[in-house]
Design a binder for this molecule. Structure first.
Ligand SMILES: Cc1cc2nc3c(=O)[nH]c(=O)nc-3n(C[C@H](O)[C@H](O)[C@H](O)COP(=O)(O)OP(=O)(O)OC[C@H]3O[C@@H](n4cnc5c(N)ncnc54)[C@H](O)[C@@H]3O)c2cc1C
Length: 338
Protein backbone atom coordinates (compact mmCIF):
# COMPACT_ATOMS: atom_id res chain seq x y z
CA UNK A 1 0.00 0.00 0.00
CA UNK A 2 1.36 3.42 -0.93
CA UNK A 3 1.57 5.68 2.13
CA UNK A 4 0.63 9.35 1.91
CA UNK A 5 3.12 11.40 3.89
CA UNK A 6 2.72 15.11 4.57
CA UNK A 7 5.70 17.26 5.56
CA UNK A 8 4.98 20.73 6.94
CA UNK A 9 7.85 23.10 6.05
CA UNK A 10 10.44 22.98 3.26
CA UNK A 11 13.47 24.10 5.27
CA UNK A 12 16.49 21.81 5.47
CA UNK A 13 14.80 19.43 7.96
CA UNK A 14 11.72 19.01 5.75
CA UNK A 15 13.69 18.34 2.58
CA UNK A 16 16.04 16.02 4.54
CA UNK A 17 13.04 13.88 5.49
CA UNK A 18 11.70 13.97 1.91
CA UNK A 19 15.11 12.96 0.55
CA UNK A 20 15.27 9.83 2.70
CA UNK A 21 11.79 8.85 1.52
CA UNK A 22 12.74 9.06 -2.17
CA UNK A 23 12.74 5.31 -2.68
CA UNK A 24 9.96 4.41 -0.25
CA UNK A 25 6.56 3.30 -1.45
CA UNK A 26 5.12 6.67 -0.46
CA UNK A 27 3.56 9.80 -1.93
CA UNK A 28 5.35 12.65 -0.22
CA UNK A 29 3.91 16.19 -0.15
CA UNK A 30 5.79 19.19 1.26
CA UNK A 31 3.60 22.10 2.34
CA UNK A 32 5.51 25.38 2.66
CA UNK A 33 4.02 28.73 3.65
CA UNK A 34 6.66 30.87 1.88
CA UNK A 35 7.18 31.46 -1.82
CA UNK A 36 10.49 29.61 -1.82
CA UNK A 37 12.23 26.80 0.02
CA UNK A 38 15.10 26.89 2.53
CA UNK A 39 13.41 28.37 5.62
CA UNK A 40 16.07 30.06 7.75
CA UNK A 41 18.82 28.94 5.32
CA UNK A 42 17.71 31.88 3.18
CA UNK A 43 19.12 33.95 0.30
CA UNK A 44 18.02 37.19 -1.35
CA UNK A 45 19.11 38.95 -4.53
CA UNK A 46 19.19 42.71 -5.08
CA UNK A 47 21.16 45.11 -7.34
CA UNK A 48 23.54 42.35 -8.56
CA UNK A 49 24.21 41.23 -4.97
CA UNK A 50 23.40 37.81 -3.51
CA UNK A 51 23.22 37.60 0.27
CA UNK A 52 22.48 34.97 2.88
CA UNK A 53 20.44 36.87 5.48
CA UNK A 54 19.67 33.92 7.78
CA UNK A 55 22.21 31.11 8.14
CA UNK A 56 25.59 32.40 6.95
CA UNK A 57 27.14 29.11 5.97
CA UNK A 58 27.01 25.35 6.51
CA UNK A 59 29.73 23.63 8.55
CA UNK A 60 29.45 20.05 7.34
CA UNK A 61 31.29 17.00 8.62
CA UNK A 62 33.15 14.99 5.99
CA UNK A 63 30.13 12.89 5.01
CA UNK A 64 27.85 15.91 4.56
CA UNK A 65 30.51 17.79 2.60
CA UNK A 66 30.84 14.85 0.19
CA UNK A 67 27.05 14.71 -0.06
CA UNK A 68 26.90 18.46 -0.83
CA UNK A 69 29.47 18.04 -3.59
CA UNK A 70 27.72 15.01 -5.08
CA UNK A 71 24.07 16.03 -5.16
CA UNK A 72 24.39 19.52 -6.51
CA UNK A 73 24.16 21.37 -9.74
CA UNK A 74 26.38 24.04 -8.14
CA UNK A 75 29.63 23.35 -6.23
CA UNK A 76 29.74 24.70 -2.68
CA UNK A 77 32.24 27.53 -2.18
CA UNK A 78 34.37 28.01 0.92
CA UNK A 79 34.74 31.25 2.84
CA UNK A 80 38.52 31.49 3.26
CA UNK A 81 38.82 34.52 5.55
CA UNK A 82 38.66 33.89 9.32
CA UNK A 83 36.08 34.87 11.93
CA UNK A 84 37.44 37.30 14.55
CA UNK A 85 35.90 38.29 17.86
CA UNK A 86 34.83 41.50 19.63
CA UNK A 87 33.56 42.32 23.10
CA UNK A 88 31.20 44.85 24.65
CA UNK A 89 33.96 47.47 24.71
CA UNK A 90 34.39 47.10 20.94
CA UNK A 91 37.82 45.46 21.15
CA UNK A 92 38.40 43.38 18.01
CA UNK A 93 40.80 40.43 18.09
CA UNK A 94 41.69 37.39 16.03
CA UNK A 95 39.52 34.50 17.29
CA UNK A 96 39.57 30.77 17.15
CA UNK A 97 38.21 29.70 13.82
CA UNK A 98 36.18 26.68 14.81
CA UNK A 99 33.62 26.61 12.03
CA UNK A 100 35.58 24.88 9.27
CA UNK A 101 34.89 24.40 6.48
CA UNK A 102 32.39 27.25 6.16
CA UNK A 103 30.49 26.55 2.96
CA UNK A 104 27.85 28.32 0.91
CA UNK A 105 27.17 28.59 -2.84
CA UNK A 106 27.78 31.26 -5.46
CA UNK A 107 24.03 31.65 -5.82
CA UNK A 108 23.46 31.52 -2.07
CA UNK A 109 22.85 29.04 0.73
CA UNK A 110 19.31 28.28 -0.51
CA UNK A 111 21.02 26.22 -3.23
CA UNK A 112 21.54 23.44 -0.67
CA UNK A 113 17.80 22.97 -0.05
CA UNK A 114 17.04 23.21 -3.78
CA UNK A 115 19.67 20.57 -4.61
CA UNK A 116 18.37 18.15 -1.98
CA UNK A 117 14.81 18.69 -3.14
CA UNK A 118 15.78 18.01 -6.75
CA UNK A 119 16.91 14.53 -5.63
CA UNK A 120 13.79 13.80 -3.60
CA UNK A 121 10.64 12.38 -5.11
CA UNK A 122 8.19 14.79 -3.51
CA UNK A 123 5.46 17.23 -4.51
CA UNK A 124 6.15 20.75 -3.27
CA UNK A 125 3.29 23.16 -2.60
CA UNK A 126 4.58 26.63 -1.79
CA UNK A 127 2.52 29.56 -0.47
CA UNK A 128 0.55 26.94 1.45
CA UNK A 129 0.33 27.88 5.11
CA UNK A 130 -0.87 25.01 7.27
CA UNK A 131 -3.58 26.48 9.50
CA UNK A 132 -4.93 23.41 11.27
CA UNK A 133 -4.15 19.80 11.90
CA UNK A 134 -6.38 17.02 13.20
CA UNK A 135 -6.55 13.30 13.65
CA UNK A 136 -8.51 11.15 11.22
CA UNK A 137 -8.98 7.37 11.09
CA UNK A 138 -5.51 5.92 10.58
CA UNK A 139 -3.81 9.23 10.02
CA UNK A 140 -3.91 13.02 9.95
CA UNK A 141 -5.70 15.80 8.18
CA UNK A 142 -4.43 19.25 7.42
CA UNK A 143 -6.31 22.42 6.64
CA UNK A 144 -4.85 25.26 4.58
CA UNK A 145 -6.84 28.19 3.19
CA UNK A 146 -10.01 26.23 2.62
CA UNK A 147 -8.23 23.10 1.35
CA UNK A 148 -8.07 19.77 3.19
CA UNK A 149 -5.27 17.24 2.87
CA UNK A 150 -5.33 13.68 4.24
CA UNK A 151 -2.13 11.87 5.17
CA UNK A 152 -1.21 8.54 6.76
CA UNK A 153 1.78 10.13 8.51
CA UNK A 154 2.70 13.73 9.28
CA UNK A 155 6.10 15.39 9.77
CA UNK A 156 6.08 18.83 11.43
CA UNK A 157 9.19 21.00 10.95
CA UNK A 158 8.21 24.64 11.73
CA UNK A 159 10.12 26.21 14.67
CA UNK A 160 8.87 24.90 18.04
CA UNK A 161 6.54 27.84 18.93
CA UNK A 162 4.73 27.53 15.56
CA UNK A 163 4.51 23.74 15.86
CA UNK A 164 3.22 24.12 19.46
CA UNK A 165 0.49 26.53 18.32
CA UNK A 166 -0.74 24.08 15.67
CA UNK A 167 -0.68 21.19 18.14
CA UNK A 168 -2.47 23.23 20.84
CA UNK A 169 -5.43 23.80 18.51
CA UNK A 170 -5.32 20.35 16.90
CA UNK A 171 -8.49 18.31 16.55
CA UNK A 172 -6.86 15.41 18.35
CA UNK A 173 -8.46 13.92 21.42
CA UNK A 174 -5.54 12.25 23.17
CA UNK A 175 -3.84 12.97 26.54
CA UNK A 176 -0.53 12.89 24.66
CA UNK A 177 -1.47 16.12 22.86
CA UNK A 178 -1.19 18.22 26.07
CA UNK A 179 2.12 16.60 27.02
CA UNK A 180 3.49 17.20 23.55
CA UNK A 181 2.37 20.84 23.53
CA UNK A 182 4.06 21.40 26.92
CA UNK A 183 7.31 19.81 25.74
CA UNK A 184 7.38 21.74 22.43
CA UNK A 185 6.41 25.06 24.08
CA UNK A 186 9.25 24.65 26.58
CA UNK A 187 11.95 24.97 23.89
CA UNK A 188 13.57 28.40 24.45
CA UNK A 189 14.34 30.66 21.48
CA UNK A 190 16.39 33.73 20.62
CA UNK A 191 15.05 36.52 18.41
CA UNK A 192 17.38 38.12 15.86
CA UNK A 193 16.94 41.13 13.59
CA UNK A 194 19.19 41.05 10.55
CA UNK A 195 20.24 44.41 9.08
CA UNK A 196 21.67 44.28 5.55
CA UNK A 197 23.91 47.28 4.78
CA UNK A 198 25.26 47.91 1.27
CA UNK A 199 28.09 50.31 0.39
CA UNK A 200 29.33 51.40 -3.06
CA UNK A 201 32.95 50.99 -1.91
CA UNK A 202 35.13 48.19 -0.58
CA UNK A 203 35.81 47.67 3.12
CA UNK A 204 39.28 46.27 3.55
CA UNK A 205 39.55 44.00 6.61
CA UNK A 206 41.55 40.84 7.36
CA UNK A 207 38.47 38.86 8.47
CA UNK A 208 35.19 37.58 7.02
CA UNK A 209 33.18 38.14 10.20
CA UNK A 210 33.19 39.31 13.78
CA UNK A 211 31.36 37.51 16.57
CA UNK A 212 30.54 39.09 19.91
CA UNK A 213 32.00 36.76 22.51
CA UNK A 214 30.77 38.32 25.77
CA UNK A 215 27.20 38.62 24.42
CA UNK A 216 26.98 42.12 25.80
CA UNK A 217 27.12 44.22 22.61
CA UNK A 218 24.12 45.39 20.54
CA UNK A 219 25.59 43.57 17.54
CA UNK A 220 25.84 39.79 17.83
CA UNK A 221 27.49 39.04 14.48
CA UNK A 222 28.84 41.14 11.63
CA UNK A 223 29.97 39.61 8.35
CA UNK A 224 31.20 40.69 4.94
CA UNK A 225 29.18 39.02 2.22
CA UNK A 226 31.86 39.99 -0.33
CA UNK A 227 34.08 37.21 1.11
CA UNK A 228 31.70 34.70 -0.51
CA UNK A 229 32.64 34.13 -4.14
CA UNK A 230 30.00 35.50 -6.52
CA UNK A 231 27.95 37.41 -3.91
CA UNK A 232 28.99 41.06 -4.26
CA UNK A 233 30.36 42.89 -7.34
CA UNK A 234 33.98 44.12 -7.10
CA UNK A 235 34.33 47.56 -5.56
CA UNK A 236 31.26 47.14 -3.29
CA UNK A 237 30.60 45.85 0.21
CA UNK A 238 27.59 44.23 1.80
CA UNK A 239 27.50 43.79 5.56
CA UNK A 240 25.19 41.43 7.40
CA UNK A 241 24.62 42.62 10.97
CA UNK A 242 22.78 40.16 13.15
CA UNK A 243 21.65 42.10 16.16
CA UNK A 244 21.68 40.86 19.75
CA UNK A 245 18.46 39.21 21.03
CA UNK A 246 17.51 41.95 23.56
CA UNK A 247 18.11 44.74 21.00
CA UNK A 248 16.18 42.77 18.37
CA UNK A 249 13.16 42.18 20.60
CA UNK A 250 13.00 45.84 21.56
CA UNK A 251 13.06 47.03 17.94
CA UNK A 252 11.21 44.19 16.28
CA UNK A 253 8.34 46.38 15.07
CA UNK A 254 10.50 49.30 13.90
CA UNK A 255 10.43 50.20 10.20
CA UNK A 256 13.45 49.09 8.15
CA UNK A 257 14.80 52.61 7.75
CA UNK A 258 14.99 53.29 11.49
CA UNK A 259 16.25 49.86 12.47
CA UNK A 260 18.88 49.62 9.72
CA UNK A 261 19.93 53.25 10.31
CA UNK A 262 20.62 52.60 14.00
CA UNK A 263 22.37 49.32 13.14
CA UNK A 264 24.59 51.17 10.63
CA UNK A 265 25.61 53.68 13.33
CA UNK A 266 26.57 50.83 15.65
CA UNK A 267 28.52 49.12 12.87
CA UNK A 268 30.37 52.36 11.99
CA UNK A 269 31.28 52.74 15.65
CA UNK A 270 32.46 49.15 16.03
CA UNK A 271 34.62 49.27 12.89
CA UNK A 272 35.68 52.87 13.66
CA UNK A 273 34.77 53.96 10.13
CA UNK A 274 32.26 56.90 10.09
CA UNK A 275 31.36 56.51 6.39
CA UNK A 276 29.65 53.21 7.29
CA UNK A 277 26.86 55.21 8.97
CA UNK A 278 25.30 55.86 5.56
CA UNK A 279 24.79 52.73 3.46
CA UNK A 280 23.42 53.45 -0.03
CA UNK A 281 20.74 50.78 0.44
CA UNK A 282 19.56 48.52 3.21
CA UNK A 283 17.37 45.50 3.81
CA UNK A 284 15.94 43.91 6.92
CA UNK A 285 14.70 40.55 8.11
CA UNK A 286 13.13 39.70 11.44
CA UNK A 287 13.70 36.20 12.74
CA UNK A 288 11.26 35.98 15.63
CA UNK A 289 12.22 32.34 16.25
CA UNK A 290 15.83 32.54 15.11
CA UNK A 291 17.69 29.97 17.16
CA UNK A 292 16.63 27.38 19.73
CA UNK A 293 18.69 27.49 22.90
CA UNK A 294 17.94 23.86 23.81
CA UNK A 295 16.28 20.78 22.39
CA UNK A 296 13.07 18.94 23.25
CA UNK A 297 12.73 16.04 25.66
CA UNK A 298 12.67 13.09 23.29
CA UNK A 299 10.60 10.59 25.35
CA UNK A 300 7.44 12.29 24.22
CA UNK A 301 8.56 12.23 20.58
CA UNK A 302 8.73 8.42 20.45
CA UNK A 303 5.13 8.23 21.71
CA UNK A 304 3.96 10.72 19.08
CA UNK A 305 5.64 8.61 16.41
CA UNK A 306 3.53 5.63 17.54
CA UNK A 307 0.60 7.79 16.32
CA UNK A 308 2.44 8.49 13.02
CA UNK A 309 3.23 12.09 14.05
CA UNK A 310 6.89 13.04 13.59
CA UNK A 311 8.64 16.25 14.65
CA UNK A 312 11.90 17.40 13.07
CA UNK A 313 14.16 20.43 12.91
CA UNK A 314 17.03 22.15 14.66
CA UNK A 315 15.00 22.36 17.90
CA UNK A 316 14.51 18.58 17.87
CA UNK A 317 18.23 18.11 17.24
CA UNK A 318 18.93 20.59 20.05
CA UNK A 319 21.29 22.69 17.93
CA UNK A 320 20.52 25.73 15.76
CA UNK A 321 22.65 24.66 12.83
CA UNK A 322 21.84 23.78 9.24
CA UNK A 323 23.79 20.50 9.40
CA UNK A 324 22.04 19.39 12.62
CA UNK A 325 18.56 20.25 11.30
CA UNK A 326 19.20 18.48 8.01
CA UNK A 327 20.53 15.35 9.73
CA UNK A 328 17.54 15.37 12.08
CA UNK A 329 15.16 15.52 9.11
CA UNK A 330 17.02 12.64 7.48
CA UNK A 331 16.78 10.54 10.65
CA UNK A 332 13.03 11.09 10.75
CA UNK A 333 12.79 10.13 7.07
CA UNK A 334 14.73 6.91 7.75
CA UNK A 335 12.47 6.04 10.69
CA UNK A 336 9.44 6.56 8.45
CA UNK A 337 10.99 4.22 5.84
CA UNK A 338 11.34 1.58 8.55
C1 LIG B 1 20.04 34.87 11.71
C2 LIG B 1 20.40 33.41 11.69
C3 LIG B 1 21.72 33.03 11.49
C4 LIG B 1 22.07 31.67 11.44
N1 LIG B 1 23.36 31.32 11.16
C5 LIG B 1 23.67 30.01 10.97
C6 LIG B 1 24.95 29.63 10.45
O1 LIG B 1 25.78 30.49 10.12
N2 LIG B 1 25.21 28.31 10.28
C7 LIG B 1 24.28 27.34 10.57
O2 LIG B 1 24.56 26.14 10.39
N3 LIG B 1 23.04 27.68 11.03
C8 LIG B 1 22.71 28.98 11.21
N4 LIG B 1 21.46 29.34 11.61
C9 LIG B 1 20.49 28.28 11.99
C10 LIG B 1 19.88 27.58 10.76
O3 LIG B 1 19.40 28.51 9.85
C11 LIG B 1 18.73 26.69 11.25
O4 LIG B 1 19.18 25.87 12.32
C12 LIG B 1 18.17 25.77 10.17
O5 LIG B 1 18.04 26.45 8.94
C13 LIG B 1 16.82 25.23 10.65
O6 LIG B 1 16.22 24.44 9.65
P1 LIG B 1 14.78 23.80 9.91
O7 LIG B 1 14.40 23.07 8.69
O8 LIG B 1 14.83 23.06 11.21
O9 LIG B 1 13.78 25.03 10.17
P2 LIG B 1 13.34 26.21 9.21
O10 LIG B 1 14.45 26.59 8.32
O11 LIG B 1 12.74 27.25 10.06
O12 LIG B 1 12.21 25.53 8.30
C14 LIG B 1 10.86 25.44 8.71
C15 LIG B 1 9.98 25.76 7.51
O13 LIG B 1 8.62 25.64 7.91
C16 LIG B 1 7.88 26.65 7.25
N5 LIG B 1 6.65 26.86 8.02
C17 LIG B 1 6.50 27.38 9.26
N6 LIG B 1 5.20 27.39 9.62
C18 LIG B 1 4.51 26.85 8.59
C19 LIG B 1 3.14 26.59 8.36
N7 LIG B 1 2.19 26.87 9.28
N8 LIG B 1 2.77 26.03 7.17
C20 LIG B 1 3.70 25.72 6.23
N9 LIG B 1 5.03 25.96 6.40
C21 LIG B 1 5.42 26.51 7.56
C22 LIG B 1 8.82 27.85 7.28
O14 LIG B 1 8.46 28.80 6.29
C23 LIG B 1 10.17 27.17 6.99
O15 LIG B 1 10.45 27.12 5.61
C24 LIG B 1 21.07 30.68 11.64
C25 LIG B 1 19.74 31.07 11.82
C26 LIG B 1 19.40 32.42 11.84
C27 LIG B 1 17.96 32.82 11.98
Amino acid sequence: MTLEIGIVGAGVAGVGAAYELREADAEVTLLEKSRGVGGRAATRRRNDCVYDHGANYVTPDEALETFMREIGSGEPVEIEEPVWTFDSTGTIEPGEDRDRPALTYEDGITRFTKDVLSRADATLETETRVESIGRRAGGWRIGSEGREYAFDALVMTPPAPQTAALLADAGWDDPLRGELVDAVEAVPYRTILTAVLHYPFEIDRPYYALVNVDKDHEIGWLSREECKPGHVPAGESLLIAQMAPAWSLERYGEPEETMAGTAAELVADLLDEPRLETPDWTDRQGWRHALPDAGIDDGVLARAEERSLYLAGDWVAGEGRVAAAFENGREVGRRLCD
